[in-house]
Every structure is written in C-alpha cells, then in structure tokens.
Design a protein around this ligand. Structure first.
Ligand code: ADP
Ligand code: MG
Length: 455
C-alpha cells in the first residue's frame, strides 16, 4: 500500500492530508491519482466506500488557482445530499489554501439565493445536473474557464434519468478540459456516456474490495412479528454502535421506530414524508453520532454517505440485487469489515435466491441462536442546534473556539460540526451538553448573541 507522501504534491498539501488522517491510499486512489494528477482523463469503477471522493478531490484542489476568480472545476452528482458531502470533502482537502470558494447548486433548494451566491463567484461548483443546467440557461453562469469536469456516481445519475441533462451541460462547457467519471458499476450505458465525454481516458477498476471479502452477510427466515422481536436482540447481540435499517415502506419505518422506542432505543427515520430540512437534520444527527439507529427507505437514502455504520439490517429484502448491494455497501467503508443481516420469508425467497447467486458466502443464521445480551445501544453525543450559519459567516472554528477556549470544554467533548446556510449543528459529548448549551446561550460568538437549543 502506498502513501500519499509518495505523490508529487506540495508539502502543505501533504500535511493537510495527514491532519485529516489520510495516510495510506486506498486502491482506487493509488491507481487513479498518478493519472489524474497528470491532467489525464479517467474512468474509474469502484464500489461504495473505496475512497472515490478523495480520489477526485485531490486533483481538483491541485489544479486550483485560488487567485483566479473563476469556476475552474465542476462536479456533477445525483443528489443534493451527495453534492453536499462532496463539497465538504473538497473543503477539507483544500484547507491548506485560503479563501477557496466551493459552491453547491442543487435542486430541492431555493433558486434565487443560488443566483446571488454565483454573483459572488466560486472556484469549484458541485451540482446536480438539472439545477446546473437551469443556471447555465437562465443565470448564464460563466463556465468558460472550466478546466475539470467530474461525474460522481455516474451510474446513479443515469438511473435517475439525467443522461440528457448531462450531455446538455457538456455542450456548454469548454472541450479542452480534463474529465473524470466515477461509478460503482460499469454497464453499457455508462460505457457509452464515458466514450462521449472523455478523451484518451484510462479505465481503472477496483475489484479487490469486493463485497464478499469485506461484508459478512447473515440471513434469517422470519415472519413480520418475529422480525419486530428479533431486531432489538440482533442489535444487542452484535453490540452495534451505529445501525442502519432498511424497510421498503415509510409506514413500516415508522412502525418499527415505535417498536424500538418502546425498547428504549433512540431512532431516527428517513423517508419521503420528510421535507428537505428534516432530511438534512436527520442525516446530520445520525452521522454525528447523536442517534444510534436510522431506519430508512431506499429512495430517501439515495446518495447518503455515512461512515462507521457497523451493522446494516434489511428488514425487508431490497427490490433487486443492485439495491441490496448498495444498501449493504454502507457498512465496511474504507476497508473496515462490516456486517449485514437480512430477513426473508416465503414471499421474498425469490429475491434471496437472486442475492445468493451473487454472494457465495451467504450464511443462513438460526433465530434461536441469537444471544440475548445486556448490551444497550446508545450514543456518546447529543446535538446542539444553533440558529446561525454560513450566511452569517459562522465557521466551525468559531464554534470550536467558543466551546473550548471560551467555556473550557475539552477538545474531545466536541464532535462533528455541520454548518449549513442558516443554521448549524454541533455534536457534544452527553456529559457536557448542558454546560455547552448554557454557555453558548450566555456568550457571544463573533460579537453576536446566538440562539441555540438541545435537539
Ligand atoms: P466512495 O465515494 O468510494 O463511496 P468515499 O470517498 O465516500 O467513498 O470514502 C469513504 C470514507 O473513506 C470517507 O469517510 C473518507 O473520508 C474515507 N477515506 C477515503 N480515503 C481514505 C484514505 N486514504 N484513508 C483513510 N480514510 C479514507
Ligand atoms: Mg462516493
């Protein structure tokens, strides 16, 4: 395994990567970076969790000229959640450079503020295809200095019907550019798209991290009522800390949430009844470890990218193998071993057979053998909501400073900090939450009193 230090990158760049704990490269990074950093086109296929975002963020940042105030790189992604995560990753990878402007332009959020943000300029834009197209036609966003185009999760964009939008975007950007296409699968339609938009590209495939090797899968035959009873025991017998459960309907998500609540498990649900703000909040509070369990439908969890999930449970089997692979790929991120448990019954047995064709190491578990333990799943953090965000120039450092230097909280009492446009969320270790809350309410941040409350 090679280290990032073996790449020809400036010292500051390397020390920033080190500070992010990126030391050894993942396979896809090791294979793609020498090519992409040379400015060459690339098509890369690798499964979820193999480090693709970092793989394209590094060449984007390397190429960036921060003094040139023009959009230099454009990343297209299928969903808003994913676009936000990519933007965050690029911001992290570019921390050693001052004043880098990364802008997201996604559907599902008001259009006008985006027009205003564009007027202020940006170096890097992360967008969903439909919305950037609208900006190309209506806002007349200037993409004439674009040097790099990245398509992330290209397969999913095609699944979602973005083919035409993508080709229209490409008609409106310079031909003389570097193009990188990333995808978890590589089927005919992707090949076609790739050949249309890249030039003399190198194809990289990372099969080494195949699902089989990194995810243990156990299936249980169980009826509906049995499943409800088994889930708490499964969670405790695995001593899981972070669990993602998939149901096929939003009604089931809510029913199961009620059952788990009665078992004293804190759960969140994610499905299409939630509006965009509620979805953002749910994802933030699960990923910052304030809630140990998230129950989701496939549609709502599209593009959701959360680390450290040690257990995925398929309450219902997914509608097809592709979705199943996508679901279980949420565990075993970046080389860690994961566990996926699935239930089936007579009716869904045919789906299990399709899955079995793909995985020859599926284990049939016995319900009777699930150990009942004393372990209770719980989280170390709680979330503090702050009614201020990027629009008020609030930065993670301001909050960190107010909590540590200002209130004397130890650094490790503060977890993930998410700064959104108008509001922010800070994960605080439970034992410090009251102190943090009262302190922040009493003191100013950046010369202003803020409102906050415990979520
Ligand atoms: P993908 O897009 O392939 O699904 P991501 O880019 O989202 O995968 O990466 C998954 C996780 O692995 C992220 O949390 C990321 O921070 C982490 N990661 C990526 N590259 C490395 C690395 N070289 N070392 C350690 N962690 C990494
Ligand atoms: Mg990705």
């Amino acid at each position: 395994m090679k280290k990032f230090t073996q790449l020809n990158l400036p010292a500051k760049f390397l020390s920033n990567l080190e500070s992010l704990n990126y030391n050894t490269m993942t396979k896809i990074q090791e294979e793609s970076l020498p090519i992409s950093l040379e400015g060459k086109d690339l098509i890369a296929q690798a499964k979820t969790g193999s480090g693709k975002t970092v793989a394209f963020s590094i060449p984007i940042v390397k190429k960036l000229n921060v003094r040139k105030f023009a959009i230099q790189s454009l990343v297209l992604a299928p969903t808003r959640e994913l676009a936000n995560q990519i933007a965050q990753e690029i911001r992290k990878v570019s921390r050693h450079i001052h004043n880098v402007k990364v802008l997201t332009l996604c559907g599902g959020v008001p259009y006008k503020p985006q027009v205003a943000s564009l007027k202020h300029g940006a170096h890097i834009v992360v967008a969903t295809p439909g919305r950037i197209l609208q900006h190309i036609f209506e806002t007349k966003v200037d993409l004439s200095d674009l040097e790099m185009l990245v398509l992330d999760e290209a397969d999913k964009m095609l699944d979602m019907g973005f083919y035409e939008d993508i080709t229209k975007v490409i008609e409106n950007i310079p031909k003389n550019r570097q193009t990188m296409l990333f995808s978890a699968t590589y089927e005919k339609d992707i090949e076609q798209l790739a050949s249309e938009i890249t030039k003399e590209s190198t194809f990289i495939q990372d099969e080494s991290v195949h699902e089989k090797q990194t995810i243990n899968q156990i299936v249980y035959e169980a009826s509906e009522t049995e499943k409800d009873l088994l889930i708490p025991s499964l969670i405790s017998s695995q001593e899981a800390k972070s669990v993602l459960i998939f149901c096929n309907t939003k009604i089931k998500c809510e029913e199961l949430a009620d059952i788990l609540y009665k078992n004293d498990v804190d759960v969140l649900t994610l499905h299409s009844d939630l509006d965009q703000r509620e979805r953002d909040e749910t994802i933030i509070m699960f990923s910052n470890k304030s809630y140990p369990v998230l129950i989701a439908t496939d549609v709502a969890s599209r593009g959701l990218d959360i680390d450290d999930i040690d257990l995925v449970i398929n309450y219902d089997l997914a509608k097809d193998v592709k979705t199943h692979i996508h679901r279980i790929g949420r565990t075993a991120r970046a080389g860690k071993k994961g566990l996926a448990l699935s239930f089936y019954d007579e009716e869904s047995r045919y789906k299990l057979e399709m899955i079995e064709d793909k995985f020859d190491d599926l284990v049939y578990g016995k319900k009777e053998e699930i150990e009942v333990c004393n372990y209770e799943i719980d989280c170390d953090f709680r979330t503090l909501f702050i009614n201020s965000g990027k629009k008020f120039k609030l930065r993670a450092g301001d909050i960190l400073g107010a909590l540590t230097a200002g209130l004397g909280l130890p650094k490790d009492a503060i977890g993930k900090i998410d700064i959104l446009e108008f509001v922010s969320y800070v994960a605080i270790k439970k034992e410090y939450i009251e102190q943090a809350y009262e302190g922040l309410c009493r003191n100013k941040i950046k010369g202003k009193y803020i409102k906050c409350f415990i979520k």
